[in-house]
Write a protein that binds this ligand. Structure first.
Ligand code: GN1
Ligand code: MG
Length: 363
């Protein structure tokens, strides 16, 4: 706590700090809410996980480029209340930078968005709004000046994720495969059966028929802020905003919002892909992206809905085999439980592809 106050005080905050408490449930960074006294805004303090985001300067440059671009657009469109519609990062007092390096740890602070809510689950109506909002987010970034760097190179490259899984298997660093009684091998076999099919996006990219665009790349349902009436205020958690396929944003939202259960629920037999959420979200997304979405991107949205549970399963499973070095875990089997859950979601989404395709074609 004292460390946190000392860190927060290095930033050019308004008001005096009253308290600092943990916030949210991200798997990568550590997040805190900084409450101030009186009318000054509250803030969000984050310790950036620099084992994962190795180039914090590039990361923050991306985020500042994105948030100031969006802010300018909203201003030009006559929007008000901008601090609730786009994140604002606070500079460090002595350096003017939006990040602080102290004792080997990286920190940043943004304005806390008041009277806003995040959700772990959404109904079809909110999904439609979210689809439109993520689509419009991509549309706003279509003309961002300059180039954004890849904060995590090849982040959503399925071919890379398959290679990383194979490397994890070959090393078996935690001895988990050696101790396997059959389940792990069965998961690996199932992943192998679908791996090539799921790497379709990379092939289309090499063939020149699929573009990369600036995407959010972590469109989990809880990364969107809503006001009390269900209107979308803004998109948060901008660490992974970078060039990617639109499948990233479409697929990752559905991975979290269309699952009947949370991504780490052990009851994987009750995991299913919710078509009502898919239908509502895709309606919103196609409306929000009508200025740029190509027929190839559009036709492959059902593939994207399968790709993201699959990719997440491969990532969780590789981390399990590596001995849990990437994602925060709460108990030893956590990454395996997450893998089972995401594989079940993948199977359910895959079975729904014909229905998804018919729906997209009808829009
Ligand atoms: C991580 O930090 P968080 O929870 O927003 C991860 C995402 C995964 C997600 C799974 C940089 O996001 O890619 O989809 O966990 N972020 C990174 O819950 O790896
Ligand atoms: Mg998050």
């Amino acid at each position: 706590m004292e460390e946190l106050i000392r860190i927060a005080s290095r930033f050019a905050l308004e008001g005096n700090i009253a308290e600092i408490k943990p916030l949210g449930n991200g798997l990568i960074n550590d997040t805190f809410k900084v409450t101030t006294e009186g009318a000054a805004p509250d803030y969000v303090l984050q310790r950036i996980n620099n084992a994962i985001f190795q180039d914090v300067e590039l990361l923050q440059n991306n985020i500042v480029a994105v948030t100031s671009h969006i802010r300018r657009k909203l201003e030009a469109a006559g929007e008000t209340d901008l601090d609730r519609k786009v994140l604002r990062f606070i500079p460090v007092k002595d350096s003017g930078k939006t990040w602080l390096l102290e004792d080997g740890k990286y920190w940043r602070i943004s304005v806390f968005i008041p009277d806003a809510k995040t959700y772990e689950t959404v109904n079809p109506e909110f999904s439609r709004y979210a689809g439109k909002a993520f689509g419009e987010f991509e549309a706003m970034l279509a003309d961002i000046p300059g180039k954004l760097g890849e904060t995590i190179p090849d982040f959503h490259n399925m071919e890379l994720r398959m290679r990383q899984l194979r490397e994890a298997v070959a090393a078996d660093a935690a001895g988990r495969l050696a101790a396997d009684t059959g389940e792990l091998k069965a998961i690996l076999a199932e992943i192998d059966r679908h791996g090539e099919e799921m790497c379709k996006a990379e092939r289309m990219y090499r063939e020149g028929i699929l573009p990369k665009r600036i995407c959010h790349c972590d469109t989990k349902v809880n990364n969107m802020m809503f006001d009390q009436d269900g209107n979308v205020l803004c998109v948060i958690d901008l660490d992974t905003v970078m060039p990617s396929f639109v499948f990233s944003d479409f697929g990752d939202f559905l991975r979290t919002a269309a699952n009947t259960l949370p991504e780490d629920d052990p009851d994987w037999e009750h995991v299913a892909f919710k078509m009502d959420i898919f239908k509502a979200f895709s309606e919103g997304y196609i409306a929000g992206t009508k200025s740029f979405l190509t027929p190839v991107e559009r036709e492959n949205l059902p593939y994207a809905a399968c790709l993201f549970p699959f990719m997440q399963a491969v990532r969780f499973f590789a981390d399990y085999i590596n001995g849990d070095t990437y994602y925060k875990i709460k108990y030893p089997e956590h990454n395996l439980v997450r893998t089972r859950n995401q594989m079940a979601l993948f199977r359910s989404a895959l079975a729904a592809v014909p229905e998804m395709s018919a729906w997209i074609a009808s829009l």
